[in-house]
Design a protein around this ligand. Structure first.
Ligand SMILES: Nc1ncnc2c1ncn2[C@@H]1O[C@H](COP(=O)(O)OP(=O)(O)OP(=O)(O)O)[C@@H](O)[C@H]1O
Length: 322
């Protein structure tokens, strides 16, 4: 069965002078998907969103939204967007601005419902230029959901929102996706991407570095976290020497340099007797520990969080660049 494509990028390139902001990007987004777009500063996330909203045109390649030109989809009300930079009008109230957003949307919801969903009812009469940062974000959110759009595009949507507003925001987005809409959001909050997105795209220098579920991206980073306690302390303190366990005397002689020489180590943190390691091959690292005569206690091996996986993937890619 062929799946409908909400957004299709085919070998899209967009540059500004010498900078290739988007470099040969090919991807397809489908209805009902919640997709997080991640990438370090300057990776090309905002440019990608601008291209799919028809705010910029590609230098090469094609961008389609629901099979047509991005602008056609926007004009038809099929796309709702919440952009980072969009200034809000001065000297109007929240209700007036939201009513205007509804009036401009070809498939608008009642303004009172839009205000309520964005948690704005109580501040509906307040002037937009007097709002706090988080309140202004909620107004942008209201404008992005003023009508029945099939695709919702959000650039850093929860910046400045408090915890309650964030939770309410994501619950609404989940409902939107459950109703078959595609939700695409760019973010630097990796824990939000991990918790909310069905699919995570990692951009790096305008290219797609990874595309999969958060679990797949974490697994792809390969690296695992190992933590354990050493009785004697790796700084050589002898307090483990009275321990009857076989490691007592040996651990007392271990220092950080010994741990640093373990195979496949990518990070080391020693805090008192607790050692935390990141390793590209956890099995080999743990075997080597025993090989050194160390008997780690409370040994735990776990995968990386999405944030650590993201750092590992982008750092590895950066290291390949000339
Ligand atoms: N209008 C512009 N003129 C010139 N260069 C630009 C312009 N907009 C973006 N760039 C450059 O293009 C690259 C990609 O920028 P873009 O804003 O798309 O990245 P981003 O991933 O959204 O970054 P951030 O996380 O910092 O918001 C960067 O090197 C940026 O400096």
């Amino acid at each position: 069965m062929t799946r409908t494509t909400a957004v299709g990028f085919d070998r899209v390139t967009k540059g500004y002078g010498d900078v290739r902001a988007v470099d040969g990007l090919t991807l397809a987004l489908h209805p009902g998907e919640t997709v997080a777009l991640l990438g370090p500063n300057g990776a090309g996330k905002s440019t990608t969103l601008d291209l799919l909203l028809g705010l910029r045109r590609p230098d090469a390649g094609t961008v389609h939204v629901f099979g047509g030109e991005p602008r056609e989809a926007v004009v038809a009300g099929r796309v709702g967007a919440m952009l980072q930079s969009g200034g809000l009008m001065d000297e109007v109230t929240v209700a007036e601005l939201v009513r205007l957003g509804c009036a401009l949307h070809p498939r608008a919801y009642p303004a009172a419902d839009v205000l309520a969903r964005a948690g704005l009812t109580k501040i509906a009469d307040r002037r937009v230029d007097k709002l706090s940062g988080g309140q202004a974000q909620r107004v942008r959110f209201a404008l992005a959901t003023a009508g029945d759009s099939d695709l919702i595009v959000l650039d850093e949507p929860t910046t400045g929102m408090d915890v309650t507003a964030r939770q309410a925001f994501w619950a609404t987005m989940r409902e939107q996706a459950d109703q078959g809409r595609t939700v695409l959001f760019a973010t630097h909050y990796l824990e939000e991407a991990d918790a909310i997105a069905d699919r995570v795209l990692v951009l790096h220098r305008g290219r797609l570095l990874a595309d999969g579920t958060a679990a797949e991206i974490k697994a792809r980073a390969g690296t695992r976290r190992i933590s354990f306690d050493l009785d004697g302390g790796p700084d050589g303190s002898p307090d483990g020497s009275t321990d009857a366990s076989p490691d007592g005397g040996r651990n007392g002689t271990v220092d950080e340099a010994t741990l640093r020489a373990l195979p496949h180590l990518t990070a080391l943190d020693v805090s008192g007797r607790t050692v935390r390691i990141q390793s590209a091959d956890a099995d080999a690292t743990v075997y080597a520990l025993y090989g050194l005569g160390l008997y780690p206690r409370n040994l735990e091996v776990a995968g990386l969080g999405l944030e650590q996986a993201f750092v590992a993937l982008t750092a590895a890619e950066e290291a390949k660049q000339p």
